[in-house]
Design a protein around this ligand. Structure first.
Ligand code: PMP
Length: 371
């Protein structure tokens, strides 16, 4: 039996800045009676994973992984025209975002990101004692002027996801360049490209070129989304040698498992799977958005998205909460985001065409019944 501590004994207390953090809340994946739901809440790839990557998993040794992920960094460097010395791997890009904050911000420093941004930026800033500074959006998109207006002497980091999660909004290359040009050279600009591959051409927004040319830009990318390797927790960052050296100093020595390294290498060697995933997403997203736009008279408003999900606003009688429950009753779990200031919205990942048709039909039915 475990005895509780003696009365009057002092309990350990976390640092005050840790107490202000809300733990990340993932989407549900089980229905009311424990039934499995079809999960369209985590922006995963509905086509699964490249068969070549699955085959590579079985071959990976179970000993300590290569601490430098050398083969994988070499391949990424080759593909993107980057010196592998300027690439660092992470346990998902989540880990890299946290390491960047830990390396460059602390108590008294400010970290800027946009409202309706990725929730990890807030956690990353707070866990190292820095102060989050939240810029207003422009119709749910990233507003470069609003971000720049908040820069102060205390600003150490700016996080921008492009495309953005959960809104799906996108800044073209000119806006990203303008943001960088407006920042002091000692502020690190983090361009989070978790969804970049869903836009057809490589480096569409010029982020990789900025990271190659400047001392204060880091780009993060992930194998979790278009490559379908979310379970392997594998992401990467690239930037100036000084920035990469900081992340290498503070990352865990074996932060990327052998299976993840092997699967990511195999996934890179299967561009057909990535292209099929991109095409599937483009087609199904367009079909889905068109169906939702037809429900505009019921107050449904899909925001334009360049990612593998759509944020749908519910501005009529049918509320986002009721739609969330109704979809769950029909076996679909999507993301309702009241904790991120979006109680009026659902973020729906693009799944199979059958799933998207079923969801659109269910939303129509619910919207018509709600009148
Ligand atoms: N950035 C953004 C904008 C994301 O949406 C996500 C995944 N939710 C991540 C980073 C992190 O992905 P991972 O840790 O799986 O690489």
């Amino acid at each position: 039996t475990i005895t509780t501590s003696t009365a009057g004994a002092k309990a350990p207390t976390p640092k005050p800045w840790i107490e202000g953090i809300h733990a990340y809340v993932p989407g549900k994946s089980k229905g009311k009676d424990g039934r499995p739901l079809i999960k369209l809440s985590a922006n995963e790839n509905p086509l699964g994973t490249s068969p070549a990557a699955l085959a590579a998993k079985a071959q990976a040794p179970a000993l300590y992984p290569d601490p430098d992920s050398a083969a994988l960094r070499a391949e990424l460097g080759e593909r993107h025209g980057i010196d592998p010395a300027r690439i660092v791997m992470g346990t998902g890009s989540d880990e890299l975002l946290n390491l960047i904050a830990q390396g460059y911000a602390g108590p008294g420093d400010e970290v800027i990101y946009v409202r309706y941004g990725f929730s990890v930026y807030d956690i990353a800033a707070r866990r190292c004692g820095a102060t989050p500074v939240v810029a207003p959006d422009r119709d749910y998109g990233t507003d470069v002027d609003a971000l720049l207006a908040l820069v102060s002497e205390r600003t150490r980091l700016v996080f921008v996801a492009n495309p953005n999660n959960p809104t799906g909004s996108y800044l073209p290359a000119g806006e990203i360049a303008r943001l960088h040009a407006g920042l002091p050279s000692d502020v690190v600009l983090v361009l989070d490209q978790a969804y970049a591959e869903y836009l057809a051409p490589e480096d569409e927004d010029g982020s990789l070129a900025l990271a190659a040319a400047h001392e204060n830009v880091l780009v993060t990318r992930t194998f979790s989304k278009i490559f379908g390797l979310a379970g392997e927790r594998i992401g990467w960052a690239t930037g100036a040698p000084g920035l990469v050296a900081t992340l290498n100093r503070i990352r865990g020595p074996f932060n990327v498992p052998s299976t993840g390294q092997a699967m990511a290498l195999a996934a890179l060697a299967d561009p057909a799977f990535v292209e099929a995933s991109r095409q599937h997403n483009l087609e199904q997203r367009a079909r889905f958005v068109e169906k939702l736009e037809a429900l505009g008279n019921h107050g449904l408003r899909p925001l334009p998205s360049q990612a593998n999900f759509v944020l749908v606003l519910f501005e009529g009688v049918l509320t986002a909460e009721a739609a969330f429950e109704g979809l769950a009753d029909r076996g679909y779990i999507v993301r309702w985001l009241p904790g991120q200031g979006l109680p009026q919205a659902l973020r729906i990942t693009i799944g199979t065409s059958e799933d998207m048709d079923a969801i659109a039909a269910a939303l129509r039915e619910m919207a018509e019944d709600a009148k």
